[in-house]
Ligand binder design. Structure first.
Ligand code: PLP
Length: 241
């Protein structure tokens, strides 16, 4: 491993600086959008770093963390079990991994099929555990992306609403990878409009309050378009070896 240059702050310091900068950018975008500061939650995505580095982020003050792979979430949750962390799962969840994942997570952002929702509910009943979920929507329509088609969500909602031990809190999406900022803006606006369209027909126990959208490259655009949760990874670990 290369020596750290003398001008390079140690990882803990660098992470504190990165977190302060990201929080400032979140706050500035929220103000620009005319929204209240407490309307947007920052979730730190730790998938690029080992548990000791993720620990530094918690020590710097960010306790809402996310992983995209269930197995990596299990590893980190175990390694950091002494800390008070709220875990979010933001990547595809195979049904055979639901049982081990449920006790560790507060919110699953990546509920992308009725079969998965049924399994989360079934396991939730077995474990007597309620799970918050967001419905992942493939808003850009890219074939490689997971997520429900925007056109199918409305007809699924009544069935989802009947599933016990599961609470639908909102929608999640990722912007098109190649489209650039204008395409991202269109994608985020489309997710917000979908929520508004579904709102009046929502079953009574489904409240689509949350919009989980925006990552390091586009979270400011997402906030302008109504994001209530931004999922930021690389910007928090910039310059950390
Ligand atoms: C990796 C990932 C993020 C964070 O990405 P960055 O660009 O590193 O901020 C957010 N959401 C999901 C679903 C991811 O997989």
């Amino acid at each position: 491993m290369a020596c750290m240059s003398p001008s390079q702050p140690p990882p803990a310091e660098r992470i504190r600086q990165n977190l302060a900068q990201v929080r400032e950018r979140v706050a500035a975008a929220t103000r620009r959008a005319g929204r209240e500061a407490n309307e947007v939650t920052l979730v730190g995505v730790t998938k690029y770093v080992e548990p000791p580095v993720a620990r530094l982020l918690v020590e710097a003050g960010l306790t809402q963390l996310a992983e995209s792979r269930p197995q990596e979430l299990w590893n980190k949750a175990t390694a950091l079990a002494d800390l008070n962390i709220t875990w979010h799962l933001i990547g595809h969840l195979q049904r055979n991994k639901v049982r081990r994942t449920l006790p560790l997570v507060t919110c699953i952002h990546s509920a992308d099929s009725l079969r998965l929702l049924e399994e989360i509910s079934r396991e939730g009943v077995a474990q007597n555990r309620n799970t918050d979920v967001l419905l992942e929507i493939n808003i850009s329509g890219e074939a490689a992306k997971h997520g429900l088609a925007p056109s199918e969500v409305g007809s699924l909602l009544p069935r989802i609403a009947e599933l016990p031990q599961l609470c639908v809190r909102g929608l999640m999406s990722m912007a098109s990878l190649e489209g650039g900022p204008e395409e991202a803006r269109r994608n985020f606006a489309a997710l917000r409009e979908l929520r508004e369209k579904l709102g009046p027909d929502c079953p009574a126990n489904v409240a689509l309050r949350e919009l989980s959208m925006g990552m390091s490259g586009d979270f400011e655009i997402a906030i302008e378009q109504g994001a209530t949760i931004v999922r930021v990874g690389s910007a928090l670990f910039e310059g950390v070896p």
